[in-house]
Design a protein around this ligand. Structure first.
Ligand code: HEM
Length: 464
């Protein structure tokens, strides 16, 4: 009873205090609340150049030092408030997510398709999220291990004894896995056509949205139309055969869900977009960090070798199983630490749907709000010696809301289990069969737009 009273009082305290900490502030302007501290830079370009011309850590860290964990800036043509405390990120992404809608450049919305999951809130988003999540639960992706393994083996064999651009090759690998998860067995049949169109489409993702013949944007939009046609063909073939499919397209196509072909195409393209470059850039960083940390590489190789040997001893000619992938704690910590150090998504974008009062400041309606994942992951308050690559730190769980490589709340990544699975399978085959060396000096980072080792990390790979 006493416990219940204390719990109730505590809950009341949290509700009341969070009301004052962070409330919708229809009367915020009336109270003449100040904007957060910071500078807006040059007209239109703002501080975009300062952010992208150097390691973003330098920009963020110097701002946080000067202004504290909330500051205003102006990047990519938008007025923004950046936040770098774990508690504030939780409020924006989880507790008060209804006050902050996701926001993307209009050109990206047109290319991916405006009915894709990322661009929505409310009922439509909730429904799509349920359909995507059920296709990517551990239960649903378990059966994909052997297919992912054969994609992995083919990829690695094609890299043997060549100088490869790691990121480019990883993009092909993650594209094939993404298609497998979306289209199941139909993946191989349509891989080449889908790849041809998607590769043209992606070239225009960051182009100026000028839809005139000859422009990159125009070519991308044409490729997008063709992509939608291929997807429509697969949908109609499936409708004719009436077969059940245990993949993402199958989940989207269930009659009772009532999605139109256009909605399905936008979301198929959206999931390829979300799944491919993200996972490919994490894989590229893993290859780099393993090459730079021989003791970690040895520990990972030993772990993977032990799994391989235990299968050889049982004369199991079978490949990896789902259960095997659950026996890789060291490799899993390497993935976690890579996600933290590389922080390939430095931040995400939200937009205030109304004036919001936050820690005594006003965030005006229409301003962008950016939770700074990279800053949270690189703060000494959250991780000791944060610049050091040290997977063993994850033997202890990080403090709440300090580790969010997959975001948090209603838009957090539904593909995180699949991403981890494909990385584990690739690292297994890579470390048990191959050695590799990085070619050229490797200190720089480029943003494409995800953080990436300079030049996509050229490597040479050979059989052990
Ligand atoms: C290591 C690789 C990956 C990373 C680091 C990553 C990271 C993220 C993050 C941070 C978000 C949230 C963005 C936000 O809140 O604005 C997100 C959303 C999303 N991710 Fe991933 N992701 C990865 C791989 C994947 C894969 C493999 C898939 C699909 C198979 C996927 C599908 C999605 C989708 C559909 C969303 C949007 C969810 C929504 O709006 O409700 N991601 N991802």
């Amino acid at each position: 009873m006493e416990f219940i009273t204390i719990t109730m009082l505590f809950s009341l305290f949290i509700i009341v205090s969070s009301f004052f900490l962070f409330t919708s502030a229809a009367d915020g302007r009336r109270k003449n609340l100040p904007l957060p501290p910071g500078t807006l830079g040059w007209p239109y370009i703002g501080e975009t150049f300062e952010l992208y011309s150097q390691n973003p850590n330098v920009f963020f860290t110097s701002k946080v030092k000067k202004y504290g964990s909330i500051f205003k800036t102006h990047i990519l043509g938008c007025r923004c408030v950046m936040i770098s405390s774990p508690a504030a990120a939780k409020l924006v992404l989880v507790t008060k997510s209804h006050l902050f809608k996701p926001t993307f450049p209009a050109s990206k919305e047109r290319m991916i398709g405006k009915q894709a999951i990322f661009f929505h809130q409310g009922d439509y988003h909730f429904k799509l999220r349920r359909l995507v999540l059920r296709a990517f639960t551990p239960e649903s992706i378990k059966h994909m291990v052997s297919h992912i393994e054969s994609i992995t083996i083919d990829a690695l064999q094609s890299w043997e004894n060549r100088l490869i651009n790691t990121f480019q090759e990883m993009k092909t690998f993650t594209f094939n896995v993404a298609l497998l998860s979306i289209l199941g067995n139909d993946e191989v049949l349509n891989r080449d056509d889908l790849k041809r169109c998607y590769y043209i489409l992606e070239k225009g993702y960051n182009s100026m949205p000028i839809n005139l013949p000859g422009t990159l944007f125009h070519k991308s939009m044409k490729a997008r139309k063709e992509l939608a046609k291929i997807i429509a063909k697969i949908i109609s073939r499936r409708r004719e055969t009436k077969e059940q499919h245990n993949d993402l397209l199958g989940s989207f196509m269930e009659d009772k869900e009532g999605l139109t072909d256009e909605q399905i195409a936008d979301n198929v393209i959206g999931v390829i977009f979300a799944a491919r470059d993200t996972t490919a850039s994490v894989l590229t960083w893993i290859i780099k960090y393993l090459a730079e940390n021989p003791a970690v590489l040895e520990a990972v190789t030993d772990e993977q070798q032990a799994i391989k040997m235990s299968k050889d001893e049982c004369n199991e000619d079978k490949g990896l199983s789902w259960v095997d992938t659950k026996k890789m704690p060291i490799t899993s910590r390497v993935i976690q630490e890579t996600l933290r150090v590389a922080s390939i998504l430095s931040f995400t974008f939200r937009e205030a749907v109304e004036d919001v009062q936050f820690e005594g400041y006003l965030i005006p309606k229409g301003w962008k709000v950016l939770p700074l994942f990279r800053n949270i992951h690189h703060s000494e308050e959250n991780f000791c010696d944060p610049e050091k690559f040290d997977p063993s730190r994850f033997m202890v769980a990080p403090k709440p809301n300090t580790f969010m490589p997959f975001g948090s709340g209603i838009h957090s990544c539904p593909g995180n289990e699949l991403a981890k699975l494909e990385i584990l399978v690739l690292v297994h085959h890579l470390t048990t069969k191959y050695r590799w060396s990085v070619v050229g000096a490797q200190n720089g980072i480029q943003y494409a737009p995800f953080a990436l080792p300079q030049n996509g990390l050229p490597i040479k790979l050979s059989l052990k």
